[in-house]
Write a protein that binds this ligand. Structure first.
Ligand SMILES: [Mg+2]
Length: 270
């Protein structure tokens, strides 16, 4: 991983030279600092303002891509004229298009049952809670004391075991959260690929430069997609770790700085 600031001159030239740019941004831990509760992970007002400016640049498409429910992340970001992807790629809103993966709809009864069953963990371990995101669910344990976190994971594994055996779900651990998704190979990576191919098909021009910023496990597959298309994959995290992301930023405030630089680079486009 290359610290992004070290490589900025090269990146700036690529961003300037690209006929069009597709900028994908994860929300939690990327645009907004992670908070004790998802409702408190608020987008800084200056970043919101900056995003709106970035979105107004010609030939620059902004896509917010999150594990949150689409309606939730859209409310948190609150910028018009951009695209939103929710539930790790299972739903998309790009007016006038609204899309929900058919398998997500079909799997809703299973998810409803899993939510009910996982409430056992919520009842047994104070601070753990289940979030129903309609097409996926999250079991959160950020609010659980360190000493009880192992217990949350053991209990969750026990509850989810029959679902796994019957291949009714796909489990993805994240940052102090367990994501329960439909049992399909469709995540952020596939959604990025689908949008990229659609952009290529509709523009009939040089493909857009893909830029993707994310911080968590489900962003890794998107990094790989972006790398395959020779794009710019940027991992956000306090320390470098093994990631498919090729560039590295430490925290959301650095993402803000990067967006400022990107805006400047596109404004000064020859
Ligand atoms: Mg994140």
């Amino acid at each position: 991983m290359i610290p992004l600031a070290d490589d900025w001159p090269t990146l700036r030239d690529r961003i300037r030279a690209a006929p069009s740019v597709a900028l994908f941004l994860d929300y939690d831990g990327t645009l907004a600092p992670i908070a004790s509760h998802p409702s408190r992970a608020v987008l800084p007002a200056k970043t919101k303002h900056l995003l709106a400016q970035v979105a107004q640049q010609p030939q620059l498409r902004v896509v917010i891509i999150s594990g949150r429910a689409l309606s939730d992340v859209k409310r948190m970001v609150g910028v018009d004229g951009i695209s939103y992807v929710g539930n790790h790629g299972l739903e998309l809103e790009e007016p006038p298009l609204r899309y929900v993966h058919a398998m997500a709809r079909a799997n809703r009864p299973v998810l409803r049952r899993a939510i009910r069953d996982l409430r056992v963990v919520q009842r047994q371990v104070p601070g753990a809670w289940v979030e129903d995101k309609q097409w996926t669910l999250s079991l959160h344990w950020r609010g659980v004391p360190e000493s009880d976190r192992g217990r949350v994971q053991r209990l969750a594994a026990r509850v989810m075991a029959p679902y796994r055996r019957q291949e009714q779900v796909r489990l993805t651990p994240g940052k102090r959260v367990l994501e329960v998704r439909p049992p399909i190979r469709w995540g952020k990576g596939e959604m990025v690929r689908w949008l990229y191919q659609r952009m290529r098909a509709t523009t009939h021009a040089t493909p857009p430069l893909l830029i993707y910023l994310g911080d968590d496990e489900t962003d890794e597959e998107a990094f790989r997609t972006v790398n395959a298309y020779n794009g710019v994959s940027i991992v956000v995290g306090s320390a470098p770790y093994t990631s498919a992301g090729r560039w590295w930023l430490r925290r959301p405030s650095d993402v803000h700085r990067f967006l400022t630089r990107l805006l400047r680079a596109r404004c000064q486009k020859p």
